[in-house]
Design a protein around this ligand. Structure first.
Ligand SMILES: NC(=O)c1ccc[n+]([C@@H]2O[C@H](COP(=O)([O-])OP(=O)(O)OC[C@H]3O[C@@H](n4cnc5c(N)ncnc54)[C@H](OP(=O)(O)O)[C@@H]3O)[C@@H](O)[C@H]2O)c1
Length: 243
């Protein structure tokens, strides 16, 4: 039975991905900071989809725990999906060093630390797939979100390099750029309805992207064109904009 490991499983997107894969007959391994908080979801997955569902403690910022965490999995996954992330208001992320580092370490350093370990295992086994939930915020730095955006930019570049590195080992790497999604992370933001996806949309896109061995996906197709235009604006004009 194929299995999927979800890192950051308490996230709204992570939960939706877990349900999608369980519905497609995957066993599910949920990794999150507080396993108790997700026990109801794990039980529901076992009953509703009749799939095995295990829960593990995992903290992206506790780098030293990453190798023991992976070694401690009762079975190694076929697919690993890195979903966890952290975003606060940019003013806070700029002015409070603790928040600056938390943003960088959660979205970039922590992801790199655990995925390096998983990538080595998959490369040795000559099989597997890794997906990372990055962000369009990483495609161009904006004054309103450049601490989070720069961490996601680093993560996107890391995933690109990882894909290139693991190709020879038959390991696929998918970069996911969701655009806006209605989740806990964005609940205080006034998101434009037409541009915003639901966690279930992201889950379906991740599943389809992995099945089709896509390299980079935008969950809603128009985000590719929005970002194409945003990236094309000359820096001399871009720097004057309130973005
Ligand atoms: N929502 C959007 O519009 C949007 C757009 C683009 C990309 N994304 C990305 O999508 C991913 C999922 O976010 P979401 O929107 O579903 O938000 P969310 O529901 O707020 O999920 C964030 C998750 O990250 C986990 N997390 C934070 N720090 C962690 C740590 N140190 N160790 C382990 N887990 C940690 C949280 O776990 P706890 O339950 O323990 O707090 C939570 O499960 C993130 O990478 C986010 O950057 C979201």
């Amino acid at each position: 039975m194929a299995s999927v490991l979800i890192l950051g499983a308490t996230s709204d997107i992570g939960t939706a991905i877990a349900r999608k894969f369980a519905g497609e007959k995957y066993d599910v391994q949920l990794a999150c900071r507080n396993p108790l908080s997700i026990s109801n979801i794990a039980a529901d997955i076992r009953i509703r989809y009749q799939q095995d569902c295990k829960v593990y403690a995992f903290d992206a910022m506790d780098f030293k725990s990453h190798q023991p965490f992976y070694d401690g999995l009762l079975s190694k996954p076929d697919i690993a999906i890195c979903v966890f992330g952290y975003m606060t208001e940019n003013d806070i992320a700029v002015s409070n060093t603790e928040e600056t580092l938390k943003t960088i370490h959660t979205n970039y350093t922590g992801a790199v630390s655990i995925l390096n370990i998983i990538a080595q295992d998959f490369a040795a086994r000559k099989s597997g797939a890794i997906a990372g939930i990055s962000s369009v915020a990483g495609e161009r730095g904006r004054q309103s979100n450049y601490i989070y955006g720069s961490a996601k930019a680093g993560f996107t570049a890391y995933l690109s390099g990882l894909r290139n590195s693991l190709y020879k080992d038959n390991v696929h790497v998918l970069t996911v750029l969701p655009g806006f999604v209605y989740t806990k992370m964005t609940e205080n933001l006034d998101l434009p309805k037409l541009l915003t996806a639901n966690p279930a949309d992201v889950a379906s896109a991740v599943y389809a992207g992995l099945k089709k061995k896509k390299n980079v996906i935008y969950v809603k197709w128009f985000w590719r064109w929005i970002m194409y235009i945003i990236k094309a604006i000359p820096e001399s004009i871009f720097k004057r904009k309130q973005l």
